[in-house]
Design a protein around this ligand. Sequence first.
Ligand code: ADP
Ligand code: MG
Length: 271
Amino acid sequence: MPHRRATGSAHLEAAGVCIEYRDSGHARDPAVEGVDLTVSRGDFVCIVGPSGCGKTTFLNAVAGFLPVSAGSLTLDGRDIPGPGPDRAMVFQHASLLPWRTVLDNVTYGLELAKSMKRAQARDRARELLELVGLAGVANQHPGQLSGGMQQRVNLARALAVEPELLLLDEPFASIDAQTREVMQSELLRICAARDVTALFVTHDITEAAFLADRVCVFSPRPGRIIREVPIPLPRPREQRIRRLPEFLALVDEISDALYGAATPVANGGSR
Ligand SMILES: Nc1ncnc2c1ncn2[C@@H]1O[C@H](COP(=O)(O)OP(=O)(O)O)[C@@H](O)[C@H]1O
Ligand SMILES: [Mg+2]
């Protein structure tokens, strides 16, 4: 059964993408090299790879914060000129404005974009807080919330501008394991409700397998995709799929690509 409403058209296209840091002191030593990747509308694609392999670097280039040194990186067939409201980034730390209420944090991006009136922005923010299960704390301040709740606010803020592509860089890495699993389910529910296209970076293999339609495994620096593992598990995905043999086999497959087939896989492959 098809699990997504995707039209399937290519949305983000990376072809031979190479990214160098000019000030890194090692010229001709790219952080990312030869990355080919297609993300179609409605796809949920995860990137996994060892620390320092260039995952954040690649995501920053997609966000428009970094130029590519070689190859092409296009969104709907056009080069990425810089940051834009068509892409929103969710970082590991929620980076909320502590002096603003939760509601005003969610309206913040809309205020910057000046795309709608204040009352309309607040209505949209309330709708999104409802979606992430935080309607009850709209008037509180970030410091009054747990880490998991702050990350939900962050997600609501990213979604408020209705991005065509949601970029997430290890958003749940600093959340405790139990809350993380809840957040993963919530994210999938929200993505389905909002028809989101997502590119999600993580070093957690089970997280990637649970979330993704496809997992791209990066090599150590310079990062390049050494394996793409399709995840043909039906949606909606419930927590119990983590115990299914097919799920565990996919986790093993990703793990083998990441650590080399000779490495034994302990307890489901999570690092
Ligand atoms: N601003 C920077 N200047 C120079 N080198 C950098 C910069 N940011 C990251 N790097 C280097 O680029 C490589 C990839 O980093 P990064 O993309 O952050 O990896 P990951 O997110 O996979 O852990 C690393 O070797 C890192 O040290
Ligand atoms: Mg990183």
